[in-house]
Design a protein around this ligand. Structure first.
Ligand code: HBI
Length: 99
């Protein structure tokens, strides 16, 4: 089971995932992606969903038209783990290919 990152390690790891920040009041990281339109946004979600299934690690997300708000945390560990950082990296890569 993935271990919760210390505050220091979490801050360090955030350096590797542009646009992701700590979520206020929660041990979680978040990012809001804005795409050209709904089609691009949903395409991003579709591809991210396939990664989530492969990782067995799932996002908390909200989509309104061309915007996708994502929050990542490892429920089993009660906070941010390396899995969340890995998933954030994957989402950034998908978004670069999508937008
Ligand atoms: N996704 N974000 C997140 N956190 C979890 O703890 C988690 C998950 N997806 C699946 C899952 N846990 C379980 O299937 C097992 O890994 C426990």
């Amino acid at each position: 089971m993935a271990e919760r990152l210390t505050a220091e390690a979490r801050k360090q790891a955030l350096g590797a995932v542009p646009g992701w920040t700590e979520v206020q009041g929660r041990d979680a990281i978040g990012k809001t992606f804005v795409f050209k339109d709904f089609n691009e946004a949903f395409g991003f979600m579709t591809r991210a969903a396939l990664v989530a299934e492969k990782m067995d690690h799932h996002p908390e997300w909200r989509n309104v038209y061309k915007t996708v708000e994502v929050v990542l945390s490892t429920h089993d560990a009660g906070g941010v783990t390396a899995l969340d950082i890995e998933f954030a990296k994957a989402m950034n890569a998908i978004a670069r290919l999508t937008a």
